[in-house]
Design a protein around this ligand. Sequence first.
Ligand SMILES: NC(=O)c1ccc[n+]([C@@H]2O[C@H](COP(=O)([O-])OP(=O)(O)OC[C@H]3O[C@@H](n4cnc5c(N)ncnc54)[C@H](OP(=O)(O)O)[C@@H]3O)[C@@H](O)[C@H]2O)c1
Length: 260
Amino acid sequence: MNAKAEADGPMTRDSWAMVTGSTSGIGRETALLLAEDGYQILVCGRDRDRAAETRKMIVSAGGHAVDLVADLTDIAAVRRLIDETRQVLDGDPLDVLINNAGGGVFAPTEATTENMFDDAFNLNVKAPYMLAGEFAPLMAERGRGAIVNVGSLGTRMAASGASAFQAAKAGLSMLTKSWTAEYGPRGVRVNSVDPGYILTRVNEDIRDMFGNYLASLPAGRGGTPQEVAEVIRFLVSPQASYVQGAVLTVDGGKNAVVVM
Ligand SMILES: NC(=O)c1ccc[n+]([C@@H]2O[C@H](COP(=O)([O-])OP(=O)(O)OC[C@H]3O[C@@H](n4cnc5c(N)ncnc54)[C@H](OP(=O)(O)O)[C@@H]3O)[C@@H](O)[C@H]2O)c1
């Protein structure tokens, strides 16, 4: 194994992975899988009870986790999260950052207020930017690390009534490339996963409206959070050692075909 591959290889038990939005859905499944792979997990979300629930799930499976609560639309809270993370790490390396927390208000452009727009960009772009700005240079100093940004199929295909969300996720998608240019040469692999329609809390209330749409996909169904989490796990793993700046769509084939 060459030096680069070794640096990219399995992390020590001291190593941490931060998964934003790991209080439910894709983020929670990712946290559980990375814990299974030996990472200590920084669980983050807004909801204290669900954060504790994820931590307990990891601990009862034999892993180690700490839960931190922050609303990432609030930039002061993002700064606090960074400070608290530094305290938890206490000198241990953070080798993995999963920028998964995301979402936004869905409204036509003319009904999107400045606050709604700022929230979408704070959550989906600025918070990941601040977290990477803090932790990617430290990964680069050690010559190893992996960042995965969770985007959306909506970065490349528009649906009416989601302009601020789509623009923000498109910004995050570009950051995958910018950070690959900046930190890739120093051993930090940065990639994106773009989910299509995944069965999580975000679309729980509107699921009935999507029956025909999902049936028309090549996969014939919506995806599960586990199916996205497994792709994130792969991108973090040494098996993906030559994958940098990539966007992997996990969408049951939606990006490839015209759905009639
Ligand atoms: N499900 C889909 O069909 C789909 C499609 C495309 C993209 N995505 C993307 O996939 C990612 C995960 O979503 P999901 O489907 O797993 O949804 P989910 O089950 O609702 O999980 C969203 C996670 O993000 C956290 N979060 C949301 N707003 C936050 C905020 N302001 N501050 C801090 N944390 C916040 C939530 O924390 P709380 O529990 O505290 O609310 C939760 O942990 C998101 O980036 C989403 O845009 C999902």
